[in-house]
Design a binder for this molecule. Sequence first.
Ligand SMILES: [Zn+2]
Length: 254
Amino acid sequence: MIRLKDRPITPKKLGLPAAKRAKKKLHDLIARSERPKEKDFNSSVWGDKRVKSSLHKFHKGKCCYCERKRDNGAEIDVEHYRPKGEIKEVSKIGYWWLAYEWTNLFMACKKCNGAKLSKFPLLANGVRALKPSSPLNKENPLFPNPENEEVENLFWWRFDPELKMAILLPQDERAFRIIKELDLNSPNLVKQRGSILEGLIDIARSMDKAFIMRQEVEHWSERIFEETKPDNEFASMRRCFFIDRGFRSQVCKD
Ligand SMILES: [Zn+2]
């Protein structure tokens, strides 16, 4: 997971009459004390091509949770950070008023979205927002908002180059639960991340050598910087790898 920066401006689609009608429909249902069901949400609003491509750009083409690269248009889910339809832990009514809210929309792969679904547990002292007037900043959610939190600080990594495995490690109890709930150490993910280790090790060795020989230091510094830019797949893992090897100052901080 890596912090997402520079959210693009709200796509036009979310302010068009169709979106306004969709929002009004939900308000009307709630006013009649009815529970909005799946069919009462208009997925063509947030599922619009331009909304998706805006999210794709914002996420640098990666799932906001596992950082796997996703093709625009294929295997992308628009993720409601706060679930719209229901909250698994408490009720059949979710954060319906945030269904079309730009800042509640992210991009996730089907696997992560499937793991999260309607889960939105709060940590101790969190006060659940159950209506539009409730403050969201009192909730203290388990899941980090990838835009508002330094998510990289929650985790560390263990690398096993021989077995080609990269395992995400929790820094605390909360991070432990996040890894478990989102299945961020699934065998496939551990393997996919591990498959790039060899290339990183080669660069780190070349950098070590460059320092000793006092040549090509700039070239290899630049390589590490490029490898750790946020648009790379598994950028948070790459950063930790090079920091671990003593190259913190070469790592991209964006
Ligand atoms: Zn994912």
